[in-house]
Design a binder for this molecule. Structure first.
Ligand code: NAD
Length: 294
């Protein structure tokens, strides 16, 4: 039976270290690391995600503020808010909770965020940096998956990886991050013909399609590592992933549960990105002071 990779446990352990780093930042500059979350409209799921992020910040010594706007907010008002946050020295990370209402120009909003504060990693610079290897912030969900694999000492180099799902926030950056670690990567999506012919080859199978029960045991190679990114709410209210957990557990060597796998890691990497941003800010101001001295 597959080993269950406990994302909750790893997330807890990482947050102990993050809290220490946050305290060190607060001691050096007088203010804790700061995250600003912009929430537009009253989408119930978005509100839950934002609440989780704000709560998580508290556990890691990060000061967070949530700026709420009605769904009728104008594009310019959002851009002005982002510009102010870009200039606010107490804010190290800016996150715009997606989705935004259709009248808002998503690309404009994401690119208004300073690349130095783009803790979600959705700015074009950071997206491009994933391709060329000089990204400042990696997007939180794929970053969390990489951390999970590393924590289990699962080799990535030279492995056959299949990523199911090709979205901009999960599938594509996931594929790029694993390619950067020298895996052989295939990306599948809704138009892929005969998904199983690809998934069966995977040493590491990452599934982010949003389709409950998509991956059944016949599609998985014996001994594969299976990472289930999916979060689906069933009609009875239960949360489930994209993988038939029971069935696939009998074939895989390692598997992440849903909930308790990738989810807690995603939020933890947001905290990591925010703290890393504050540390980089301190390093920059340190260099500035050195230059002024010399
Ligand atoms: P999305 O809807 O933007 O993209 C889904 C992708 O899966 C698309 O590329 C689509 O072509 C592909 N797909 C859909 N049906 C498929 C099928 N039958 N076979 C193969 N590919 C198929 O979704 P997303 O934002 O990338 O999220 C994917 C899933 O991951 C969702 O369940 C979402 O809730 C979850 N998610 C989890 C976390 C986390 O922290 N664990 C974070 C983000 C998203």
């Amino acid at each position: 039976l597959a080993k269950i990779i406990d994302g909750q446990k790893l997330a807890r352990a990482l947050r102990v270290d993050l809290l220490k780093r946050a305290d060190a930042i607060a001691a050096r500059r007088g203010t804790p690391p700061g995250l600003a979350v912009i929430l537009v409209g009253d989408d119930a799921a978005s509100a839950v995600y934002v609440r989780n992020k704000i709560r998580a910040c508290e556990t890691a010594g990060i000061h967070s503020t949530c700026l709420r706007f009605p769904s009728t907010v104008g594009n310019d008002e959002l851009l002005t808010t982002i510009t102010e946050l870009n200039e606010d020295a107490a804010i190290d990370g800016i996150l715009v909770q997606l989705p935004l209402p259709p009248h808002i120009l998503l690309d404009q909003v994401l690119e208004a965020i300073s690349v130095e504060k783009d803790v979600d990693g959705f700015h074009l610079y950071n997206v491009g940096g994933l391709v060329t290897g000089n990204t400042i912030f990696s997007p939180c969900t794929p970053y969390g998956v990489v951390k999970l694999l590393e924590s289990e000492n699962i080799a990535i180099e030279g492995q056959n990886v299949v990523v199911v799902g090709a979205s901009n926030i999960v599938g594509k950056p996931m594929a790029l991050m694993l390619m950067a670690r020298d895996a052989t990567v295939a990306i599948c999506h809704a138009k892929t013909r005969d998904l199983a012919q690809f998934t069966i080859l995977a040493d590491i199978l990452v599934v982010a399609a949003g389709v409950p029960g998509l991956i059944i045991p016949q599609m998985v190679k014996t001994g594969a590592v299976v990472i289930d990114v999916g979060i689906n709410r069933l009609p009875d209210g239960r949360i489930t992933g994209d993988v038939d957990f029971e069935g696939v557990s009998a074939k895989a060597s390692c598997i992440t549960p849903v909930p308790g796998g990738v989810g807690p890691m995603t939020v933890t990497m947001l905290l990591e990105n925010t703290i890393a941003s504050a540390e980089r800010g301190l390093a920059r101001s340190g260099r500035l002071l050195e230059n002024m001295d010399s």
